[in-house]
Design a protein around this ligand. Structure first.
Ligand code: COA
Length: 362
């Protein structure tokens, strides 16, 4: 047995390959650095889902039907009541997703792809005391999410940046939430159950809950000169530096660089606070140096969450909503894995080693 199942192979997949030594991510045969520059969210969705649904998929058809699915899903935002509004955004999203029927066909998949994208902007508006804005089915998923957030037509740079983010995080091997999705699918339960279980796994700070705390760290450090002493104090207290380290990558997480590049057009368009970016770069350098010094036996580098934090902040999402945006992007990976598991796998049922007391002999 390996604690945390480290290095244990638990599935065969054609969906994505995470090469931790080379720092490379391949999604269905396409390297992330090729995919991220060109692809819209809808392209990544077709890439991941094609062949796993009851019908062949095209980008045009998926875009059209996803727009319709967003319009249909909007009726569910009426269920956001005052009780739900007291919860964090990702928990409200989970409660709303739980209302959807639980099947495994393409129509169900489309509803689940549309649901987090419609729910999160509506939740954020309700939390600010504003009415939710209805989706515009003719827009792309990314453009519509941003439009539903603040009611304005988003700039092309912002739409491209959100596409880059959603594509970058669409799938990533057998991470904790994806594994949860596959375990649930292996029992024969529907896609809604898989996505719900996966959202639950995603929200923890060791998985998808890290980017909000990255911004808390940048705020606390505040000035470039304060980076080194602040980070040293945090490590002295036994804390982990958010946005660093990974179970698989022993080098830089390729998604960090994809997102750093996606930030550039936003910086050039004046849509990002330049001071924030400079501070982040200084913190990154200081953190890498101190982690090397303190943990010489464990290569710890930047992970996806560090630049996620800057990108999502620039797109206007509040930090407590970052895990929800992650869920918008990762749902397609969860669904693809659930379908792959259902089509090709068996019930996932490992064994445990009992280390508790035995009954006393009579
Ligand atoms: N800051 C400081 N130390 C870290 C660290 C971090 N971000 N990540 C790992 N370490 C240290 C651990 O303290 C441990 O040191 P020790 O052996 O001296 O006790 C060692 O590296 C190995 O850690 P371990 O917990 O076995 O690694 P893991 O594979 O279980 O953890 C993460 C992977 C991602 C959970 C971990 O790196 C982490 O907590 N990172 C911060 C949270 C984060 O950014 N999450 C987003 C992931 S995409």
């Amino acid at each position: 047995m390996k604690n945390g199942l480290e290095d244990v192979i638990a599935a065969e997949t054609q969906l994505s390959d995470v090469d931790g030594a080379a720092g490379r991510l391949v999604i269905r045969g396409v390297s992330l650095d090729h995919l991220v520059g060109d692809a819209y969210y809808e392209d990544a969705a077709v890439l991941l889902l094609d062949g796993l649904m009851e019908q062949p998929l095209s980008e045009e058809d998926l875009r059209r039907r996803l727009g319709q699915a967003r319009a249909e899903i909007f009726a569910h935002v009426a269920a956001i009541d005052d009780g739900l509004l007291r919860l964090p955004p990702v928990d409200i999203m989970r409660a709303l997703v739980a209302r959807l029927s639980d099947a495994a066909d393409f129509a169900s998949a489309l509803r689940l792809l549309a649901a987090p994208a419609v729910f999160l902007p509506a939740i954020l508006r309700r939390k600010k005391g504003c009415e939710p804005l209805a989706p515009t089915p003719s827009l792309s998923q990314s453009a519509d999410i941003l439009a539903m957030l603040d009611g304005r037509r988003p700039s092309a740079e912002k739409v491209r940046a959100l596409d880059a983010y959603l594509v970058t995080i669409s799938d990533h091997g057998l991470n904790a939430s994806t594994f949860a999705s596959r375990v649930i699918a292996s029992t024969g339960a529907g896609l809604t159950s898989s996505v719900l279980g996966a959202i639950g796994a995603l929200k923890g700070p060791l998985h998808g809950g890290a980017p909000g705390p990255v911004l808390d760290m940048l705020d606390a450090i505040a000035t470039q000169g304060n980076a080194k002493p602040w980070l040293a104090d945090a490590l002295d207290r036994g804390e982990r530096l958010m946005g660093f380290g990974h179970r698989i990558y022993r080098v830089r997480d390729p998604r960090a660089d994809a997102l750093k590049s996606a930030l550039k057009p936003l910086i050039e368009a004046g849509e990002v606070d330049r001071g924030r970016v400079e501070l982040a770069k200084a913190v990154e350098q200081a953190a890498l140096a101190i982690l090397k010094e303190r943990k010489p036996d464990r290569p710890l580098d930047v992970n996806v969450e560090f630049y996620t934090a800057l990108l999502l902040e620039a797109l206007g999402f509040p930090r407590d909503a970052f895990t929800g945006v992650f869920a918008i992007g990762r749902t397609v990976g969860w669904i693809a894995h659930a379908r792959e598991q259902a089509l090709e796998g068996r019930l996932i049922r490992p064994r445990s080693v009992y280390v508790g007391p035995m009954p006393k002999a009579a």
